[in-house]
Design a protein around this ligand. Structure first.
Ligand code: COA
Length: 310
């Protein structure tokens, strides 16, 4: 049987508190001009909990999908900032939504949502009907707000999708690639009780390289070329990383979605936030080919080519 999966609903959540670059310049040796030119970020939202943001985004996705939480077969919560070490935040989210199914956290840093998409697809191929996939983060809890090298980059937020089985009507996942270069783990990490540490220039250089590599691998798996892609939804870390990778891939930047100007880098949440923004603003039509591409600490990378069927 031609079983596959497709996205049938999406939702988002952002904390109310806005921190602008000008706000940061009050306490840090930085400026709006520097942050904007080097990153593309103008402001970020911070606050709430990973659980609360996940619940809000998930409920929006379930409502749009018209799926009752009781009909979910699994909740996959991509997060690198769970509310506790034990147990997984996903269980608490599942209970609040009224679901009764498998629930687990998945940590692949900023690639988490695309890793989760591939896992959710696999669950559906194995027999699940509906899988709720959430990316939710409260990175502000792990940022040293006195460190200008990292404080300007990150924000909090969540995005979610409902994936459902398609029996006999094709498969929206056209190709994918997952990777992790564990040897690069020191360049971006956070130890228990500590803050996010990052070698900015090295992460930038590696990010462009692995982003290009993962996209090329997903395209090859799908037997497609960059010319077939209607929209790229990249991880929202830095506008210059997106520009550099697009140049190397020969994809025009106007085919990318960028929300980082007002969200900052929200790790696992950034791709579903950007995807929802594109869909909500009419940038996606049925049958469009969408490339989701994530990269992050680990260093992980992940890409998925989807046929948009909403
Ligand atoms: N405001 C002003 N100056 C700053 C600054 C800030 N917020 N942060 C760093 N600087 C300074 C540095 O101290 C350095 O000063 P120096 O030349 O006197 O030594 C100068 O700006 C240049 O620093 P550099 O690190 O080379 O800048 P950059 O152009 O590489 O930009 C980042 C820094 C962090 C924006 C960039 O490296 C980056 O985005 N890296 C990837 C980060 C990322 O995406 N992480 C998440 C991956 S999922």
């Amino acid at each position: 049987m031609n079983r596959g999966s497709r996205i049938i609903g999406y939702g988002t959540a952002l904390p109310e508190r806005v921190i602008t670059n000008h706000d940061l310049a009050q306490t840090l040796d930085t400026s709006d001009t520097w942050i904007t030119e080097r990153t593309g970020i103008k402001e970020r939202r911070i606050g709430s909990t990973t659980r609360a943001l996940a619940i809000e985004a998930a409920q929006g996705a379930l409502d749009m999908a018209g799926v009752d939480a009781g009909d979910l077969d699994s909740v996959v919560l991509a997060t690198t900032t769970p509310d506790r070490v034990i147990p997984a935040t996903a269980g608490s989210v599942q209970t609040a939504l009224g679901a009764s199914c498998g629930a687990f956290d998945l940590n692949a840093a900023c690639s988490g949502f695309v890793y989760g998409l591939n896992v959710a697809h696999g669950l559906i191929l194995a027999g699940a009907e509906h899988v709720l996939l959430i990316g939710s983060e409260t990175l502000s809890r792990f940022v040293d707000w006195e460190d200008r090298a990292t404080a300007v980059l990150f924000g909090d937020g969540a995005g979610a999708v409902v994936l459902s089985a398609t029996d006999g009507s094709g498969n929206a996942l056209l190709g994918w690639a997952l990777d992790c270069k564990g040897s690069l783990e020191k360049s971006l990490h956070c130890d228990f009780g500590g803050f996010i540490y990052m070698e900015g220039r090295e992460v930038f250089r590696q990010a462009v390289r692995i982003m290009v590599d993962t996209c090329e691998r997903a395209l090859a798996a799908a037997n497609l070329t960059t010319g077939d892609i209607d929209l790229v939804v990249p991880h929202q870390a830095n506008a210059r990383i997106i520009r550099s990778a697009c140049e190397k891939l020969r994809i025009s930047e106007d085919r990318t979605v960028q929300v980082l100007g007002w969200t900052g880098n929200t790790s696992s949440a950034s791709i579903p936030l950007a995807l929802a923004d594109a869909a909500g603003n009419g940038r996606l039509a049925t049958d469009d080919v969408v490339l989701l591409v994530g990269f992050g600490a680990g260093m992980t990378s992940a890409s998925a080519l989807l046929r948009w069927e909403l």
